[in-house]
Design a protein around this ligand. Structure first.
Ligand SMILES: Cc1cc2nc3c(=O)[nH]c(=O)nc-3n(C[C@H](O)[C@H](O)[C@H](O)COP(=O)(O)O)c2cc1C
Length: 194
């Protein structure tokens, strides 16, 4: 089975460092055998949850991509120690399809982005998603030449994240699907049977 990974970029800034890093991880994931898609919330803007906007073709496409995904990479800027509003809205919008899927985290920060990634982890945990035990923080001034990543250590960590997400994401998803189809009641997947 090849794992399907959706990368979610949530910066509205042109030339976003977190989105550049995300694209690199998606490329590495592909090299590790994953199928990948990118949801860049700068290009495809989601309405706020419960806003009056009607279901558009664009929203339908995003919904299809999210349901298609078996694992996610969430990329966000550090905004006051937290995630971007668009990332929070994405998590609120699609919380119901995160259970039994693995999540990896990227943060563009001048610090280490630890509280930012912890807050995304908390939201994902509330939705019964699984999280990678580490995340990757990129610093626009130190790790980029303005456009591309020049820090080889960071590139290598992004490669590691892609590899780990593919390798750990597969068994987590497979076991969840097996449990979902089974009859065992003492598994959290039982709560998701229809
Ligand atoms: C509203 C706002 C709040 C920010 N708060 C922080 C912060 O608390 N800590 C930090 O290190 N950087 C902070 N930054 C800087 C951004 O995290 C940094 O510029 C990052 O590279 C933006 O991500 P992007 O390049 O993906 O857009 C803030 C930027 C903005 C616009």
């Amino acid at each position: 089975m090849t794992i399907k990974i959706l990368g979610v970029g949530s910066s509205m800034r042109q030339g976003s460092f977190s989105t550049v890093a995300l694209k690199i991880v998606l490329d590495f994931a592909k090299q590790n055998g994953a199928q990948t898609r990118l949801l860049d919330l700068q290009q495809t803007q989601l309405p706020m949850l419960y806003s009056k906007d009607k279901e558009t073709k664009e929203i339908q496409k995003v919904t299809d991509d999210v349901k298609w995904a078996e694992a996610f990479i969430l990329a966000t800027p550090d905004y006051h120690g937290s995630m971007s509003g668009s990332m929070k809205n994405f998590l609120d919008y699609f919380w119901s399809v995160f259970a039994g899927k693995l999540f990896g985290y990227i943060c563009a920060s001048h610090e280490k982005g630890l509280t930012v990634m912890d807050q995304m982890r908390t939201a994902v945990r509330q939705c019964y998603g699984w999280s990678m035990p580490y995340g990757i923080s990129v610093n626009g001034e130190e790790d980029f030449n303005g456009v591309e990543i020049t820090n080889d250590k960071i590139k290598s960590r992004l490669e590691m994240l892609a590899r780990d997400l593919v390798v750990y994401g597969k068994p987590i998803r497979e076991q969840f699907v097996t449990d979902l189809k089974g009859t065992e009641s003492k598994t959290f997947a039982a709560h998701y049977r229809k």
